[in-house]
Design a protein around this ligand. Structure first.
Ligand SMILES: C[S@@+](CC[C@H](N)C(=O)[O-])C[C@H]1O[C@@H](n2cnc3c(N)ncnc32)[C@H](O)[C@@H]1O
Ligand SMILES: [Zn+2]
Length: 519
């Protein structure tokens, strides 16, 4: 059987979303079904960005029309003179104020074709790849999906293409490489339109999280990671910081809309905006962390300070308030330095809510959007995260203090009764984010230990044990602070949230799922 010049016998055909994709049977280019979550989510995210900040948003639309009138007839492709030849097959029609998308590392065209078919206001989607064989396959897939009017293939290096395409009105750039996206960020920041959406995957979690490659992490991301419970959130914060630093060199700022740690990769959705004034805030959003690997305390120190003054312009200064001693005063261990990394918000609640709405209302057919439930679960957790950086696992602390596992609901109750806030995190199961200081968490654990074991006697423990150290001093001096365990609004909220079925790891379709190496 053939379709035009394509011999279908040579291919496996895979349907994902609204695309049918040909994969050569000899399997030089593979299909990674685990990444369907990434692609389904990205479709919803681009739609949400469009509805909130771009053309589907009335205010933005009014502005676009005004600009159009001001600039007169703009049906010509606005490109650099020396770039005219290059731009020919990629004509972007400015008369149609639509979303132009670049998938800079496209492989088979699957993602680009899905964007072409599934994003309502799409203009043009460029599917670029460095490899001639990949681009041949992209061309075949475009033809097979009959979407040549929207999806345009391009053979070339992603960076070269992005630098040349600065004036081509590309509103959305998707970077989904093997490993790190770091080498593509400068060009992407330069290329993207104002208020554009940058979607970034990094799959090098061995570098971004865990213990093994601090030197590589620093050279790619300009910071080192936290090794401990919060390692996956520190991975997100390192990638965001690297993008923020890059953007600031070009007078641009970023707003992270949604930042997820998923399976074996991170995926970050970021709005990029020109603002030479707000670039000045970067140091006060950047932090270094001193963390104790034994008990888990993390001290955060911002590199800069933004000082608001009455009737005077904002003042920017350095931070001179280092508040830690030589060793951890909870357990006596030494501190390790991590960062610099992003110390500001990592999600935008309005955006996450909109993605959830699109997932609920528009992704009706679960055969088409196979990861609908997972999007619902993971984004519900992300939306409910408090802004405080990092989290701790009660299991880690319970094991350090040699106590039975302190139940999550009880711990949230104790935190809530002291009027602190808290939440779960999408990044790690059964962990607690809270704005309660570590002193309070330790006292809550001490109270839990005594409550569980009324015969508790500290003298049974070795003098140099952590449990002895923490019981031989009191970390809260205020007599009025009493730890109590009755349920409250916070613990009820969390216990409801825990009932949301979050599919943490995709129930897997294939035998050897997981990160794939380059073919
Ligand atoms: C992980 S795959 C992309 C998968 C695809 N985004 C998807 O969702 O199906 C990475 C692709 O990047 C391409 N690539 C690697 N370096 C590149 C470069 N410098 N410029 C353009 N493409 C590149 C590779 O050939 C490969 O096809
Ligand atoms: Zn410690």
């Amino acid at each position: 059987m053939t379709s035009d010049s394509i011999n279908l016998d040579d291919y496996n055909i895979i349907t994902e979303g609204k695309a049918n994709i040909l994969f050569p049977k000899e399997n030089k280019v593979f299909y990674n079904p685990v990444q369907q979550f990434n692609r389904d989510l990205s479709v919803a995210a681009i739609r949400a960005w469009d509805e909130l900040y771009n053309l589907s948003n009335k205010k933005a639309k009014g502005k676009a029309n005004k600009n159009k009138k001001k600039n007169g007839k703009r049906n010509e492709n606005k490109t650099d003179n020396n770039d005219k030849e290059n731009s020919k097959p990629l004509v972007i029609d400015n008369n149609r104020p639509r979303i132009n998308i670049l998938e800079a590392l496209s492989a088979t065209g699957l993602r680009a074709i899905r964007y072409g078919k599934e994003i309502p206001n799409v203009g043009i989607v460029i599917a670029n790849d460095l490899l001639p064989n990949a681009v041949k396959l992209i061309e075949k897939n475009i033809k097979y999906n009959k979407i040549g009017d929207i999806v345009k293939p391009n053979l070339g290096d992603a960076n070269e293409f992005m630098y040349k395409s600065k004036n081509k009105k590309i509103n959305v750039i998707d970077l989904d490489p093997y490993g790190t996206a770091a080498p593509f960020i400068d060009a992407a920041i330069n290329c993207i339109e104002d208020n554009g959406l940058l979607l970034v995957t990094c799959t090098d979690l061995a570098v971004l999280a865990g213990n093994s490659y601090p030197e590589k992490c620093f050279s790619l991301y300009g910071g080192t990671n936290i090794r401990g419970d919060s390692t996956h959130e520190s991975a997100l914060r390192l990638v965001i910081n690297m993008i923020a630093n890059t953007a600031s060199k070009y007078g641009k700022i970023i707003e992270p809309l949604l930042s997820l740690s998923i399976d074996f990769y991170v995926r970050i959705f970021i709005k990029v905006k020109r603002s030479p004034i707000l670039v000045k805030d970067l140091a006060s959003k950047t932090m270094v962390c001193y963390y104790c690997k034994r008990c888990g305390v993390i001290h955060k120190e911002y590199l800069g300070r933004r000082v608001e003054r009455e009737n005077k312009p904002v003042k920017y200064t350095v931070n001179s308030r280092i508040r830690i001693g030589d060793e951890c005063n909870f357990c006596g261990n030494e501190f390790i330095i991590a960062g610099p990394m992003w110390g500001d918000k990592i999600h935008d609640k309005e955006f996450v809510e909109r993605v959830l709405k699109i997932n609920r209302e528009e992704f009706q057919d679960e055969k088409v959007y196979g990861t609908k439930k997972r999007i619902e679960g993971m984004l519900t957790l992300a939306k409910n995260e408090i802004e405080e950086a990092f989290y701790f696992s009660p299991a880690t602390l319970s094991s350090l203090l040699r106590t039975p596992l302190a139940p999550l609901n009880d711990l949230f109750a104790a935190i809530g009764n002291l009027k602190y806030d808290g939440s779960l995190t999408h990044a790690q199961a059964s962990s607690i984010k809270t704005n309660a200081p570590w002193e309070i968490i330790i006292e809550i654990f001490k109270d839990f230990i005594i409550k569980k074991n009324p015969d508790f006697n500290i003298n049974k423990y070795e003098k140099d044990s952590v449990i002895f150290k923490i019981f031989s001093q009191s970390f809260i001096q205020d007599e009025k602070i009493k730890i109590t365990w009755e349920r409250n609004e916070l613990s009820d909220r969390i216990s409801k949230l825990r009932k949301v079925k979050i599919v943490r790891y995709q129930q897997n379709p294939t035998k050897n799922w997981g990160p794939k190496a380059k073919p």
